[in-house]
Design a protein around this ligand. Structure first.
Ligand code: GLA
Length: 486
């Protein structure tokens, strides 16, 4: 959760803008709600290096901010962000050139990528004090590289930098889904946590201070937000630690209405997608801010299982019920998404949510009010979204014990299905293990350490037709799988 400079400032980004936005993140209550990263996207560096290959930045764009600080040192802005109790993010490209060769405004700059300098650059980012790095793909795509190969090398460079500085860079892969990163992103290069973009940009940036024709005509539509959500649903790849990234948020930006903001927030929250807000934080309306800081929506987003939702019903075309299993037994987050031009009446059917019998409670997240379970029927206006928290009784699960590193003879799943996996991991570290199935599942799980005799538990979504699972278990023990009919 945090803020990213690209959507609203593109390549005019500078130290002053970052300070203003970081200050706003604190003063508007977002920091308190859990938004913690301030990420400097493209435009901070124009491709210059010294004779030793070290990145050189414009001293005017990134001046010293305190006595004793040198102009042109990115450690200054990282320290400023840290002084507010926030974390700092930076950006590069996995290729030789970055995206600056396709500038949004201003001239073209070549060589703004890290290829050929991975170890040097990621060590420098870590030394500067950054906590997060977004690695784009413009240069990689131009050179027709393999994403899996390049990003594994970046992961190694991040790990190496951490060994040297003791300081970890969170890995944000930005390859736009072009080479199916949901297959190789989880655990790439052995990394135990990462996010990967699943699609292109929701919109090109809208820089309010630039009044050229290009920027003036950019207006966000609900279709572009929905496209990003649709492209990002890869639930079998996502669970605690590894997340599909649906792109930076455009809430509150030009063209966004309250209903569009609700749709955007509801979909990103129920998907446990990174909440990287791309708007100008000094201009948010109180309606947008209250959605962004809605505690119950954020609790759904931060559910420990970190799963994506499953579409469980579409009573009429374009009126969809999405449900997400949570780490609390019998609890589901439910989004009723109305993509149509007419308002829709939708009744919640507990059996479609994998629940048995009557509901225990029903809560409207936007209003923060309980709704009588007897009338679990809702009216959702055109192009709007209702977010609910539903409590009931889980249907009984089918349980399967592991034999060595396999779980076999699972009753083949008839669609995306929710399961809980019990494991042991006495290594004292997160264990990244591959899991495969003849149904086509091929992913990695990040298993948090457990005590010697305790077991840990993760939630996962099994794809249609899963009848067997095979784990690479050198670093963890697989105990039991509970599969919920859904
Ligand atoms: C790509 C990325 C965006 C942003 C821009 C910067 O388009 O997808 O998120 O980083 O590059 O040029």
């Amino acid at each position: 959760m945090g803020w990213n400079s690209w959507n609203s400032f593109a390549n005019i980004v500078n130290s002053q803008i970052i300070q203003q936005q970081a200050n706003a993140l604190v003063s508007n209550g977002m920091k308190e709600a859990g938004y913690e990263y301030v990420v400097i996207d493209e435009g901070w560096w124009l491709g210059k290096r010294d004779a030793a290959g070290n990145i050189l930045v414009d001293p005017k764009q990134w001046p010293g901010l305190k006595p004793g600080q040198r102009d042109g040192d990115m450690a200054n802005i990282a320290a400023y962000i840290h002084s507010l109790g926030l974390k700092a993010g930076i950006y590069t490209d996995a290729g030789r050139d970055g995206c600056s060769m396709y500038p949004d405004s201003g001239p073209k700059y070549m060589n703004t990528g890290s290829e050929g300098h991975y170890e040097q650059d990621f060590l420098l980012f870590s030394r500067w004090g950054f906590d997060y790095v977004k690695v784009d793909w413009c240069g990689g795509a131009k050179e027709k590289r393999s994403g899996a190969v390049q990003y594994a090398q970046v992961a190694h460079a991040i790990e190496r930098a951490q060994k040297i500085t003791g300081h970890r860079l969170f890995f944000s892969i930005c390859e736009w889904g072009s080479q199916n990163p949901w297959f190789w992103g989880p655990g790439v290069g052995g990394i135990d946590t990462a996010i990967w973009r699943t699609g292109g940009d929701i919109i090109p940036p809208v820089v309010e201070s630039l009044h050229d024709q290009e920027h003036d005509k950019r207006v966000i539509t609900v279709a572009s937000v929905l496209d990003s959500f649709d492209a990002g649903m890869h639930p079998e790849a996502q669970h605690t630690g590894f997340y599909n990234d649906l792109d930076m948020m455009v809430m509150g930006m030009r063209g966004m209405t309250d209903a569009m903001d609700r749709t955007h927030m509801g979909l990103w929250a129920i998907s446990s997608a990174p909440l990287m807000v791309g708007s100008d934080l000094t201009r948010l309306s109180s309606a947008t801010l209250s959605l962004l800081t809605n505690r119950e929506a954020l609790a759904i987003h931060n559910d420990p299982y970190g799963l994506q939702p499953i579409k469980v019903a579409e009573p009429t075309p374009g009126v969809q019920v999405w449900a997400k299993p949570t780490a609390t037994a019998g609890r589901r987050a439910v989004a009723i998404l109305n993509r149509t031009d007419a308002s829709a009446e939708v009744k919640i059917d507990p059996s479609k949510l994998g629940l048995d019998g009557a509901l225990r409670s029903l809560r409207d997240v936007w209003t923060g009010r309980d709704v009588a379970t007897a009338d679990a029927a809702f009216s959702v206006p055109a192009h709007d979204l209702l977010l609910l928290l539903v409590d009931g009784e889980d249907k009984k699960a089918d349980e399967y014990l592991a034999t060595g590193s396999d779980i076999t003879r699972i009753k083949a799943t008839s669609g995306p299905t929710f399961a809980r996996l019990d494991y042991t991991n006495g290594t004292g570290q997160v264990a990244v293990i591959r899991v495969k199935s003849t149904s086509g599942l091929s992913s990695s799980l990040a298993l948090a350490p457990t005590g010697a005799s305790d077991s840990g538990r993760v939630g996962l979504i099994l794809p249609h037709g899963t009848a067997d699972l095979s784990f690479e278990t050198q670093r963890a023990g697989i105990r039991k799988l509970a599969v919920y009919s859904w």
